[in-house]
Design a protein around this ligand. Structure first.
Ligand SMILES: [Zn+2]
Length: 245
């Protein structure tokens, strides 16, 4: 049997690969385009003399989603997904546990990470702080019971300026029950595990469910349904005058 046989791949399928192009400034919804009103939070963008078009404003604000090499980056993330799927969520192979997939995905993020969690462990907060040295990390953290962890998350902003956390000690009105971690709008983890090493290690033993999502439409849906409304909070429906600050 020949080993260098070409794999079938129809380049026409690339025409269906339409990752999100822009993020809403207020709710961080991932959208194919945004011209006027965000369909997720209802924020209205108002054109000004300074910014007579939406495109320039979003570009200057860093809200357009572009990658150094989209195909290469997508392949990198897809490899992580394949490894965790092949190890059956980490249960059949100790060489690629879910925690490794999470750390590799955080390490591979090129633009942003969005997540929701109930509780947070020091180990994973450290991983997020490290990730936030390179990319924007935004998270909604509910159920923070320890004062030390709350201080760790809310103080020391200058250690990781790209880390943006909204932390609550209880379970706030806005908190979504679905736990998600979205990497660059291209890949996501969803399931019952929180941002704690205990949760992710339980998943390796089948005691928590973590599913990796690589369907871009579903990744966007998870982000816009579970993260964005909570991230917008009371700011939903505001008007944004497009100026350079
Ligand atoms: Zn929005």
């Amino acid at each position: 049997m020949t080993t260098n046989k070409m794999q079938h791949f129809d380049i026409a399928s690339l025409l269906r690969f339409m990752p999100p192009q822009v993020a809403c400034e207020r709710c961080c919804a991932l959208l194919p385009h945004l011209d006027g009103i965000c369909p997720v939070c209802g924020v209205e963008y108002i054109l000004t003399e300074e910014f007579p078009t939406y495109t320039d404003y979003f570009r200057q604000r860093g809200l357009t989603i572009q990658f150094h090499d989209l195909i290469e980056h997508s392949q990198r993330l897809a490899r992580i997904a394949r490894q965790i799927r092949e190890s059956n969520g980490g249960q059949t192979s100790s060489s690629y546990p879910p925690m490794r997939a999470l750390l590799t995905a955080l390490h591979s993020a090129e633009r942003f990470v969005h997540f929701t969690t109930y509780g947070m462990s020091a180990l994973l907060l450290g991983a997020l702080k490290l990730t936030a040295q390179r990319v924007d990390v935004r998270g909604i953290v509910s159920g923070v019971k320890s004062d030390i962890m709350m201080r760790e998350m809310t103080d020391y902003q200058d250690e990781a300026p790209h880390l943006h956390l909204r932390a609550f000690s209880g379970e706030e009105t806005y908190f979504p029950h679905q736990k998600i971690i979205v990497i660059d709008g291209l890949m996501a983890f969803k399931g019952s595990a929180n941002m704690t090493d205990i949760g992710w290690r339980k998943a390796a033993r089948g005691q928590e469910i973590i599913e990796v999502v690589t369907d871009v439409a579903e990744v966007v849906e998870l982000n816009n349904r579970f993260f964005s409304p909570a991230w917008a909070g009371d700011h939903a429906g505001e008007r944004i005058l497009m100026t350079a600050y």
